[in-house]
Design a protein around this ligand. Structure first.
Ligand code: ADP
Ligand code: MG
Length: 342
């Protein structure tokens, strides 16, 4: 697999839109990197610069294994691409689509046939080989697009929101299959999404983007547990906040106190995830008090919104085997290991 580096890659479109601020990024050979961020933050633009569909502004460079490919067109970079919109040839069969890249590379027929069967089997669509594209569901089409992209043994696989158009159940299955595909191929992959669950599931590393800039790069757990900015903290998962003051190992807020030995004296706001707070059992001492504003029973747990006198209620996931009443008073306990100050 190939390593990919971006050096000082910025992008300003002819109409003056600044899509990307100068970006440096090193992607290791064989790694899956996810570009994650809200719509319009520059994910697709960055991917297209890597693919060779777009050139960076003057001074920017794209390197594959250390070789400058900045001005090489897509055909000469040997990357596979998969888009949200499939981009398959509707008048060809599934097998025709999957073998297309091999045929234009003048691979002998027998080899094309063998490689196509191998790809169809890998994507579990062997039985669809002779179907036309318009006879397929969205999920099946995306399997064909993946098979077509990897059939030519690309140096890297670039995926731009490949699951976004699919419904939730299908997304889960295909996400699992893409994960095992990327692992078994050991290919360098860049996966663009605005979906944080997808990013966490698939990325060896995640590049969180905001307004054409990198907000944070890290492993999923680092990004989740140690977000670098408020934007990252809020964009990935749910973040609770309490405002108040810290003194001598205690953070005081409207709803009570949070014992936190390492509380920085300057802290006026503490952050923590829903899994780092729980409803105290009856009789258990609790240093924070709140009132249940809403309770959604989700089957395996209940998601509680608890009013603690802050701008937003706290989000708490309870696995207690009981229902919660609207307005019910609850004691709360926070695990100090999950506390953050930004
Ligand atoms: P994302 O994929 O994160 O949603 P894009 O990279 O597609 O974001 O777009 C980044 C910004 O650049 C957006 O403001 C978008 O409107 C703008 N943009 C994208 N392509 C073009 C283009 N060809 N011409 C002008 N502006 C563009
Ligand atoms: Mg996009």
């Amino acid at each position: 697999p190939v390593s990919i580096a971006l050096e000082n890659c910025a992008k300003t479109f002819v109409d003056g839109t600044r899509a990307l601020e100068p970006l440096d990024l090193a992607i290791h050979a064989g790694e899956t990197v996810v570009f994650l961020g809200p719509s319009g933050c520059g994910k697709t633009t960055t991917l297209r610069i890597i693919a060779g569909l777009e050139e960076p502004d003057a001074g920017g460079k794209v390197l594959f294994d250390g070789v400058d490919v900045t001005h090489l067109p897509i055909e000469q970079r040997n990357v596979g691409m998969v888009f949200q919109s499939y981009a398959l040839f509707p008048n060809m069969t599934v097998a025709g689509n999957v073998g297309y890249g091999l045929r234009i590379r003048k691979v002998p027929d027998a080899q094309v046939k063998a490689r196509v069967s191998e790809m169809l089997a890998m994507m579990q669509i062997t039985r669809l080989a002779d179907r036309r594209i318009d006879q397929l569901s969205g999920g099946q089409r995306q399997r064909v697009a993946l098979a077509r992209a990897i059939a030519v043994r690309p140096r890297a696989l670039l995926l731009d929101e490949p699951l976004t158009a699919l419904d939730a159940k299908l997304r889960d299955t295909l996400r699992l299959d893409i994960d095992s595909l990327l692992r078994s191929l050991g290919i360098t992959a860049i996966y663009v999404t605005h979906d944080q669950a997808e990013a966490m599931a698939l990325g060896d590393r995640i590049v969180v983007m905001e307004h054409g800039r990198v907000a944070q790069i890290g492993k999923p757990r680092e990004i989740y547990q140690r977000p670098a900015t408020r934007f990252v903290a809020d964009f990935i998962g749910t973040m609770n906040r309490l405002t108040g003051t810290a003194r001598e190992g205690i953070f005081r807020c409207k709803a009570g106190i949070v014992p936190w030995a390492e509380a920085p004296a300057t802290a006026t706001e503490i952050l923590f995830r829903p899994e780092d707070i729980r409803v105290a059992e009856s009789g258990e001492a609790a240093s924070l008090q709140g009132k249940v504003a809403s309770a959604f029973f989700l089957g395996d747990r209940t998601r509680l919104f608890v009013d603690v006198g802050e701008e937003r209620p706290l989000v708490i996931e309870s696995t207690a085997r009981r229902d919660f009443q609207h307005g019910e008073a609850v004691g709360l306990a926070i695990d100090p290991r999950g506390l953050l100050v930004l």
